[in-house]
Design a protein around this ligand. Structure first.
Ligand code: ADP
Length: 320
């Protein structure tokens, strides 16, 4: 649905997107992860047609945004981070204003507004001033507004920012429903657990480049297969250490007395076979734990320098 190829964007002499290549599949609920300043808003604003790219190519539903920006824009609904200032405007007036921007007037605008307000749970608030709505309601209204021209793609910049847990939950439900109804959704967030819960695909953006991208399930599987192992033995640590050093899945061993921390790249079957080897060699294993993988650990692996994240214990070989 969206294909960025080698896209570059600078603000004066600050290059924010540095040859970014990314594909958002049609029908996906796509999460963009990245720390502040990574370039998420810039990428989303380019996707929404609000910012021009300096070089590279962006196809929206197969349309080159530089050749036919108006047609590309009609395919997209954008929900920015923040609601903007709309004093003295009721919910219904707000919706009819945006409907008119897309050539919808009178009865068709009214019917569309009623349908959308019902979808986002704001039917009872048509006459309220938009400034009287809670942040969560404003976010849902913003979503209804972005859907006014029935776009194929919805782009949301940090949609859950500043929302209380209840509002986050209802927004997530709403995005899930929209995704099921066939919309492609691209959203950014730094709350990674949220992305793994609702997204089908994710990309990690770091310093203007995509470091990793793929289906969430596949990425979670990769995480699970690269998590460290913690092993503690009652004795027989020399035998255990020898086994760890010769096991092909073990990349590094850190030992603290009778406890081992292994960098282990392998499947649950590889894990079980290592445990079996220890048992066969009659090493009394006190505990054998694969650390749980999280999207956070994946994100840190992708974006933070190794030297910044690894706390290494000196290998203690005193029992050798
Ligand atoms: P993110 O959404 O990941 O926090 P942004 O795309 O907002 O990242 O910003 C990326 C970088 O570009 C930041 O260093 C930011 O300060 C800078 N930036 C963003 N917008 C502008 C602008 N209009 N003019 C100059 N610099 C900007």
């Amino acid at each position: 649905m969206l294909v960025f190829s080698d896209v570059r964007k600078s603000y004066r002499n600050l290059e924010v997107l540095k040859g970014l290549t990314l594909s958002v599949p049609r029908g996906s609920l796509f999460g963009l992860m990245g720390q502040n300043g990574a370039g998420k808003t810039t990428l989303l604003r380019i996707a929404a047609g609000l910012l021009a790219l300096d070089s590279g190519e962006l196809l929206v539903g197969g349309i080159d945004v530089r050749r036919d920006p108006a047609r590309a824009k009609r395919l997209i609904g954008f929900v920015p981070d923040g609601f903007g200032a709309y004093d003295n405007m009721s919910v219904a007036e707000y919706m009819s204003f945006f409907a008119s921007c897309f050539g919808l007037y009178g009865r068709s605008a009214r019917l569309r507004t009623e349908d959308l307000l019902q979808r986002v749970g704001l039917s009872a608030r048509q006459d309220s001033l938009v400034t009287e709505l809670s942040k969560g309601m404003q976010q849902r209204l913003s979503l209804a507004r972005a859907l006014i021209h029935d776009p194929e793609l919805l782009v949301l910049d940090e949609p859950t920012n500043g929302l209380d847990p209840g509002s986050r939950f209802s927004l997530r439900e709403l995005l899930g429903e929209l995704s099921e109804s066939g919309k492609t959704i691209l959203l950014s967030s730094h709350v990674l657990s949220e992305l793994s819960e609702i997204c089908t695909d994710i990309a990690v953006l770091d310093k203007g480049r995509v470091r990793a991208t793929g289906e969430v399930q596949e990425i979670l599987r990769q995480i699970a297969n690269s998590n460290p192992l913690r092993v503690a033995v009652l004795n027989g640590e020399k035998t255990a250490l020898r086994m760890f050093r010769t096991n092909p899945c073990v990349r590094a061993v850190m030992q603290e007395g009778k406890q081992f921390h292994l960098e282990f790249i392998g499947s649950p079957e590889d894990e079980a076979s290592l445990l079996q080897q220890l048992i066969d060699a009659e090493v009394p294993v006190k505990s054998f734990v694969r650390e749980p993988g999280t999207l956070e650990s994946f994100f840190l692996n992708m974006t933070v320098g190794r030297e910044e994240r690894i706390i290494v214990h000196d290998e203690d070989e005193s029992d050798m």
